[in-house]
Each structure stands twice: as C-alpha cells, then as structure tokens.
Design a binder for this molecule. Sequence first.
Ligand code: AKG
Ligand code: FE2
Length: 324
Amino acid sequence: MVCRPYPCPSLSVLPSRPPEIRSETGRSSLPAVTSYRSLDELDLRHVLDGRIVVVRDGLAQLTPTGSWTRAALAAIASAVSPEAAQQVSERGLEHIHTVADIDQLRAVRDDLDRRLRPAARHLLLRFADLLPPQSRKVYVSEHLGVRIMPPRAIVHGREGELGGYTGFMVPTGAHVDSWFNTAVNSVNLWMALSRVRRDNGLLIWPAAYRRSLLHEGVRLLPGQAVGEPVEVQLDPGDLLLFAGDHLHGTRPNSGPETRWVVTKRICLGPPRYHPRATGWVPYLDPRLLGTPLRPLAPLRSVLTAGRARQLVRQTRRRLNSRGT
Ligand SMILES: O=C(O)CCC(=O)C(=O)O
Ligand SMILES: [Fe+2]
C-alpha cells in the first residue's frame, strides 16, 4: 500500500484479549504481534527486530494499582474542577471531553505531565529492573509523553494553535522517532491509561521497518510503498512495545472517546542516532543513577556522533539568529 500520511483505510486489528503469549499475524505478510501477561519474558532484541509486543495489564506490574488514574483525576480536579473529576471518575477517562473544553484539556495534559514525571522515571527504572537478562545493557530516557487525543471534532479548527501539541493532543503523521531526537535502537513503551480502540489508536507499518524511507526533516514524503498498517486495541493498563524506528503515526480519532496514553523510552545497547536527526536526547545508564557516579550516567549518549551533530546544529542556529 502507498501511504499518504493518514488516515490509512485498511487496518489489521487484533482481537482485544488474545490469550497468553500468543503470536499472530494480521495478514500473511505481517510479522507477529506478541502478547504477554508478564514482563519477565520480554526480550527487547525481538522488539528491535521489529516485533510488536503487548503486555496485558503491564502498568499494574510497574505502578501502585490505580495510581496513574488517580493522578489523571487529580489533574482534572485541579485544571477543570473537582465536580468534573468526579464525573470522569464515574464515567471513565474516555469521557473527559464531555466535561472539559479544549483549553481545559490542554491544562489537564500539562498538569498531568508535571504530576507523572517523577513516577514515570521510577516506572522506567522498575521496568528495566523487572526485565530478564538482556543481550545488551539497557539505557533509560527522560522522555515523557502524556498523550490525550480527544475525538477529532473537538480539536477541529484549533489544529494550528495546538501545533506544539502534535502527537500529544492532535494527530502526528507517519514518522520514525529517530528522525526527531530518539536513538535508532530505542524501544517505545506506549502505555494505555484509557481504552484504545480501532478508531483512535496508533498505526504501525511493519513492512516499512528499517527501509530507507524518503523524508524531509520529520515529514515522510508521500507516494512510498509502506505496506499495510497494524493497529492494536488495548484495555486501560495494557502496554504496547514497539521499536521507535517503526514507521508509525496517530490514527486520527474518529470515535466517540478520548484516548489517553503515556510514553517512555528505553534503549537496548549504547544509543546510536540517525545521521539526519533534527535533535538529540540523552539516554542514561540506570546502574549509575543514585550513586556518586550519577554525572557519568549520560556518557554513552554524549560520546556519540549524534551529540556532535547536535552541537553543530545548535551552533549554526545560534549564529543564524545573531545574523538576522
Ligand atoms: O500516540 C500517538 O498518537 C503518537 C505516538 C508516537 O508517535 C510515539 O509514541 O512516538
Ligand atoms: Fe513517534
């Protein structure tokens, strides 16, 4: 299939509750999507080989039960009103847009980002801890993505002013994360706080994985054959793991529910960066955190060509802004 950024018409959708550790292919040409019930069998190498993994109820293995939902309700109480939080707690996070307008939704998103930051850091360390021995060392990123995607009618006409929230409140087109700032060997933890349905999820094009796609900055150039997209349905608390270098993008929300997802990133092996990345972020060695060697934790990502290219980009930008 030739991809125009989105929406893509034909979706291969998994049943919402596959049995334990089951591999399935949506179509014969697609690689397996594997479902686990526990983190202790995860091999991140398989994810970097292109496998898409779902850990059912994975959030409960990483956080105190219900704590992230409580944080979301506290954010609603503070950014909208305690009454709104009460209504959402009765009806589900999916219904936030019935009690909050778009400016309030943005305030909820920003508030939740602040509230979850320390807990999300802790979650990722726990995730790294619970993993069985991996083929390479893991490195953790400070990235946090709080993504609240209301039905598209709610954001319609406001896309311009919400441009800074692309991928966080308004859909992002098909992209590869390392075109931005992420390591090419990064794994994305895409964690559902609400239901994720076939009409509001994430599209992943497995056939395009590691193919040299034409892109301008972070924009996929149109007219390239990328295969059929896969979309996974999730229940609240499920984790989706996929290589950040899979071509992926938001499924514009054509349904009636708001989709809530939080993302974190972890790297298998020392971070390596795309030669034409538009940015750079460090990944930390978790073994050095909380020790006197903490300042050395980002060293493996600092001593890279990616970091050197970032310094050149920053210097050029600085010089250009002085020249204007
Ligand atoms: O959740 C989305 O719609 C976009 C997610 C994404 O691009 C990412 O997690 O890297
Ligand atoms: Fe992404």
